[in-house]
Design a protein. Structure first.
Length: 71
C-alpha cells in the first residue's frame, strides 16, 4: 500500500452555499471571520469589473485562513 501524502497548512477553502447572507452572518457572527471582499450587487454602477470572479459570493478571512462562499 502506498504511503500517506504529507499535507501542509490549509490556506483556503471554498464552499458552495444556498444562502450567501445567512452563511456570511454565521461565519462572521459565530466564528469571527471578517469579510475581505464581496461581490457588489449586479446593478451597482460602481461595481469593479474584476468582481464577477466572485460569482455573487464573498471571501472571508480569519488570521491567515481564507474562506470563499459562493451561491
Amino acid at each position: 500500500m502506498a504511503g500517506h501524502i504529507e499535507l501542509g497548512i490549509i490556506h483556503h477553502i471554498r464552499l458552495t452555499v444556498t444562502d450567501i447572507d445567512r452563511s456570511r452572518e454565521f461565519y462572521t457572527g459565530l466564528l469571527g471571520f471578517d469579510v475581505a471582499v464581496a461581490a457588489p450587487e449586479a446593478d451597482d454602477p460602481k461595481s469593479d469589473p474584476s468582481y464577477p470572479v466572485l460569482w455573487g459570493g464573498c471571501v472571508m478571512a480569519k488570521g491567515n485562513y481564507l474562506l470563499g462562499l459562493r451561491p
